[in-house]
Design a protein around this ligand. Sequence first.
Ligand SMILES: *Cc1c(COP(=O)(O)O)cnc(C)c1O
Length: 457
Amino acid sequence: MEKNIPYKIYLEESELPKQWYNVRADMKNKPAPILNPATLKPVTKDDLKPVFCDDLIDQELDDTTPYFDIPQEIQDFYKMYRPSPLIRAYFLEKALNTPAKIYYKFEGNNTSGSHKLNSAIAQAYYAKKQGLKGVTTETGAGQWGTALSMACSFFDLDCKVYMVKVSYEQKPFRREVMRTYGASVTPSPSETTEIGRKILQEFPGTTGSLGCAISEAVEDAVSHEGYRYVLGSVLSQVLLHQSVIGLEAKTAMDKYGIKPDIIIGCAGGGSNLGGLISPFMGEKLRGEADYRFIAVEPASCPSLTRGKFAYDFCDTGKVCPLQKMYTLGSGFIPSANHAGGLRYHGMSAILSQLYDDHLMEAVSVEQTEVFRAAELFARVEGTLPAPESSHAIKAAIDEALKCKETGEEKTILFGLTGTGYFDMMAYQKYNDGVMSDYIPTDEEIAKSVAKLPQING
Ligand SMILES: *Cc1c(COP(=O)(O)O)cnc(C)c1O
């Protein structure tokens, strides 16, 4: 181990971020305006008010203010589990026999087990501040719902979670964590909403999808007084809150004079990656420094690497605003054997724009190689990673192995977004040797993309 670099770099309380950073302020090409699904015109604050919390709408629509103060209550909550450690992966480096220096920012150090709590607590805070009774949301694998239920219980808000039915049935542990924190959890599609009933009629026996659960949660919020809908990824406000990851990482690295060459994150809707890279990307956009950024997505749901940059609905029910993003089409559902998470059909509008402007790269990886990377990481670094996070591990390993070939001592930073304790069914498939890879064909993607709404933008 290097003498002057600790195994774990922590920050003092006084060094923790007091403001979030909004990378849109430094982007020359801003993300395209989000559109009202009813009128297909750019949304106004009034359009969004029935659905989202007021302060969060302001954050969503603001692409010029670089910094937002983190309210003191949120800073205080963050202190329960932040700063998250920045860890030098000495043992992984040794196992790979690479000259590369690998660091990871570990966000799994809280009961919800992922970075999602960073935004959940912010969204719950603004809902409470507005005097609302509660919030509704969807959850797929359950990480977001778990984080939100923790945040809502802290601020004494009602929390209604629509959980994709297949996860509700197969992941009882997360469901019970949510209920322990006081949330009500409904399997989606359900009979409690109009859109749920419609989907059940059209596709009886369906095990649900994230997009469908979103539609149900939105309908529930707008049809109940004192409720709003909150979302755990994709939106620009979520990337804003998640910038706390990158800000801490940057302060910690600056403290020891470490400059990453390559920054890597897994990308589902883009929130952890966007949050991790934001302050570094800000420097790149302002011409102060240069970095390589790599988004890693599953080969079975390749929105950046094989999707189309176009306006699309954020949800299957077409009730959420449309945004211009890299998308596989809102009807795209990854094949049933996909176990690695990151199943969302689209991508953050901010990251989509940065990628389109060649400021960020993207790669896709197959799930068996992702689990192989997860297994190695667990064995040498100790932490059992979430399958989602393991996409970033896989890409970091690949970059480190390239360094081994060239002899370059590059510094790699990646986001380890969470732990995998609730994903043992997926690990079981891997351990039993029955995990397979599925890559959608060009025809399948073309068919889904052909259904995109026809909008010039
Ligand atoms: C939700 C989740 C992700 C993916 O979401 P992003 O918005 O793309 O960050 C990644 N890792 C973990 C552990 C998650 O829970």
